[in-house]
Write a protein that binds this ligand. Structure first.
Ligand SMILES: *Cc1c(COP(=O)(O)O)cnc(C)c1O
Length: 456
């Protein structure tokens, strides 16, 4: 199976031909999931003692399984947080896989890690964090948040060894991403989600701090703000919150997994003022930096704290982790063995230059503004709130939650578009509304107009 035989050579050609076609496709099929039973039926037995052969397996993938998976880069996929990896990034993902480099330790991955770090320097420069700040690429925002919060807790306990066995406490807002709450659970830390009308303001935080019991104040080790809520693109008062965190001596983490791309957009960069005061920042390049999955990033103001917390100690690793070993991505987040998931981003940045990134990100913001204007002027829909970053929340007058769900499935099943509802508290209680999230710069005004027409 490790030999180079004629089947592998022939398959390579087929696979590369497919990949070239897909990388250069401008109209990928949207894709709609079939049930597991249907897929069992259509694909049949694939794992057998003798194998079904590469050609068969590939055919099943191409003709059956792909049809049942959504192409996340479809220009009318505006649901959740869509993605739109650059063609250069996808192409280099193939190269990254083919190169078989271990990305945990400089000793093994030096060249690839050097390139990843070039891309990281660009991300760090966008935050305005001071010299010395640095980070690593993770599997996504969830692991970036977890790595940062674990570092925060480690810093707290380092400073106050008496807290070694105390259950920690985190303050964030109700707009924080679900992964923040999940990661608090993974860490067995308590979390307070301050109620807001969408944006966490300094006053909310002051009130919450004033209401804490002395015991809870002792347990508080992190404040987490959001740099672009996933639901509505709202940016918390990062500057105000950072000053309170500084005054209180509490670690300040900013989750900009989705919104981080907007740091490269001059039109909205001012909304992130205060991000330079953070102790750690999460950015997901696989969202708004057009990197293929999966690629998150965690950045630390002082990476040495993260290194003390995250470095794994094992007899067989000592030779790779010693003092003079170079930069080891494994030492700054929770994962050990890792692919060089920052390499596709590096290649694409190197090929295109950062200006093209700024343009593509600004286009997402512009599309949200365009959609906002179309919604305002159409009789059957109305904005729930002003578009923020690339998110647009709007309602179809007279629709109930089940109408939104039926509309989503109708458009998805027909292969036209994937646009999903969400809930908003903008008008008091929880209301089901429609949501656009723009990432793909190839989405057109006609696409938006067409989708709105499916709600008439
Ligand atoms: C998407 C998102 C996450 C989770 O990131 P994954 O890459 O899906 O793990 C966390 N926080 C925010 C604000 C997000 O938008």
């Amino acid at each position: 199976m490790h030999n180079i035989d004629i089947e592998v050579v022939e398959m390579s050609l087929d696979v590369i031909k497919y990949a070239i076609r897909r990388v250069t496709a401008t109209d990928p099929k949207l894709g709609y999931p079939k049930s597991e039973a249907e897929l069992d039926e259509l694909a049949g037995e694939t794992i057998t003692p003798k194998g079904i052969g590469g050609e068969n397996a590939f055919k099943i993938f191409r003709d059956v399984l792909l049809e049942s998976s959504v192409s996340i880069d479809h220009p009318r996929h505006l649901a959740f947080v869509p993605a739109s990896p650059t063609r250069a990034g996808i192409m280099f993902d193939l190269v990254t896989a083919a190169s078989s480099i271990h990305g945990a330790y400089w000793m093994e991955g030096a060249g690839g890690i050097w390139a990843e770090n070039q891309a990281m320097k660009y991300l760090v420069s966008l935050t305005g964090l001071p010299k010395g700040a640095f980070g690593v690429f993770t599997s996504g925002g969830t692991t970036a948040n977890l790595s940062a919060i674990v570092a925060a807790r480690g810093a707290w306990r380092e400073r106050e060894p008496a807290q070694e066995r105390t259950r920690g406490l985190i303050i964030t807002s109700d707009g924080a991403h679900s992964s923040v709450k999940s990661m608090a659970m993974v860490m067995d830390a308590d979390i307070i989600c301050v109620e807001t009308e969408g944006r966490l303001e300094a006053e909310h935080l002051e009130a919450e701090l004033a209401a804490l019991s002395p015991e809870d104040r002792e347990r508080l080790f992190a404040i987490i703000a959001t740099g672009g809520t996933t639901n509505a693109g709202i940016i918390d008062d990062l500057d105000g919150i950072s000053k309170i965190a500084r005054r209180e001596g509490i670690w300040f983490h900013i989750d900009a997994a989705y919104g981080g791309g907007a740091l490269a957009a001059p039109s909205v960069r001012h909304l992130f003022r205060g991000i330079e005061n953070a102790d750690s920042v999460t950015i997901d390049p696989h969202k708004w930096f057009f990197s293929p999955y999966d690629c998150g990033a965690v950045i630390y103001r002082d990476p040495s704290i993260a290194r003390r917390v995250h470095t794994q100690g094992a007899a067989y690793l000592e030779i790779a982790t010693g003092e003079a070993s170079g930069f080891n991505p494994a030492d700054y987040q929770i994962q050990l063995t890792r692919r060089l998931r920052g390499l596709p981003l590096w290649f694409s940045l190197a090929m295109h230059g950062t200006d093209r990134y700024t343009e593509a990100i600004e286009r997402g913001i512009e599309l949200a503004q365009i959609a906002g204007r179309m919604i305002t002027s159409a009789p059957h829909v109305e904005l729930v709130r002003e578009p923020s970053l690339s998110c647009v929340l709007f309602r179809r007058k007279g629709w109930k939650p089940e109408d939104y769900n039926a509309w989503t499935h109708r458009n998805h099943k027909s292969g036209y578009a994937l646009v999903t509802p969400t809930k908003s508290r903008a008008s008091g209680g929880f209301e089901t509304v429609a949501r656009f999230c723009f990432i793909n710069p190839d989405t057109t005004e006609d696409d938006i107009r067409g989708i709105l027409a499916t709600m008439e």
